[in-house]
Write a protein that binds this ligand. Structure first.
Ligand SMILES: Nc1ncnc2c1ncn2[C@@H]1O[C@H](COP(=O)(O)OP(=O)(O)OP(=O)(O)O)[C@@H](O)[C@H]1O
Length: 243
């Protein structure tokens, strides 16, 4: 089966720093692919290159067989590829509902339709009861869910999630895993950057580890997290941080 997303030899540097170095990967339709790696490995940069938030120096990205390299974020959203942010920033003075409506309006023109879609997505993520509350009142866990609702409101076929479990308290992790699995069972392909390895193990079908801008290992969660190169990458990064 053709891949939903194909990344081929994508690179990006910042000054003298090669943040992403010739990364190639495929994500199959309906798959949940996890990306791990120590701080500074290039995970977020890779996501930003795929999602049109950064320009690639070289390489290509195809989504559902169409070249999308260099397309701006809004154009990609209209193609069905959406991304949530590591630090989600809702419009605090707007309500939960209005925040999701803004996202829905990227795909549908009418306010009434956007409102209906937004309510459905708040329901999906378990926040319907917060619809009329200012988003500034959201807890960390609610902000993560709101960000997922906003992405879903753009009716994506693929969703890139940057640290969906970051700052989420332990009891909420299970619910978030269930939510993301429910999203996948609607046919939405997921690619997830995550530092919470326990959550990653339970969520993803396949895992890729990055280090110093490169993909170093790809395989099942068990294979990748036990791989000596991955262990050494984490140890090396933690030693460098404490040096
Ligand atoms: N806009 C930028 N300007 C300069 N350097 C950058 C920029 N964005 C990222 N970098 C550098 O590129 C490297 C990769 O950063 P990136 O944020 O992609 O890593 P990461 O794997 O997502 O890390 P983390 O897990 O800490 O979020 C880092 O050394 C970072 O400092």
């Amino acid at each position: 089966m053709a891949a939903t997303l194909s990344v081929r030899q994508v690179s990006r540097s910042f000054g003298g720093l090669q943040a992403v170095n010739s990364v190639s990967l495929d994500v199959a339709a309906g798959e949940i692919l996890g990306i791990i790696g120590p701080n500074g490995a290039g995970k977020s940069t890779l996501f930003n290159l795929i999602a049109g938030q950064l320009r690639t120096d070289s390489g290509t990205v195809e989504f559902e067989g169409r070249p999308v390299t260099g397309l701006a974020t809004e154009a990609l959203v209209r193609c069905g590829l959406a991304k949530t942010f590591q630090t989600s920033r809702p419009f605090g003075t707007m309500t939960f509902l209005e925040n999701v409506m803004v996202a829905a309006l990227l795909r549908v023109p009418g306010i009434a339709t956007a409102r209906r879609i937004a309510l459905e997505q708040l329901e999906t993520v378990g926040l319907a009861h917060r619809a009329d509350v200012p988003a500034a009142w959201a807890s960390t866990g609610q902000r993560k869910r709101l960000e997922i609702a906003r992405a879903l409101a753009t009716q994506p076929r693929m969703l890139l999630l940057d640290e969906p479990f970051g700052g989420v308290d332990l009891p909420s992790v299970d619910a978030l895993i269930d939510l993301l699995q429910a999203v996948r069972s609607r046919g939405i392909t997921l690619m997830v950057i995550e530092h919470n390895l326990e959550a990653v193990h339970r969520l993803v079908d396949r895992l890729i580890a990055m280090h110093l801008g490169e993909v170093i290992v790809s395989g099942s969660p068990e294979q990748v997290t036990r791989d000596l190169r991955v262990v050494q990458a984490y140890l090396g990064a933690s030693e460098a941080a404490h040096a």
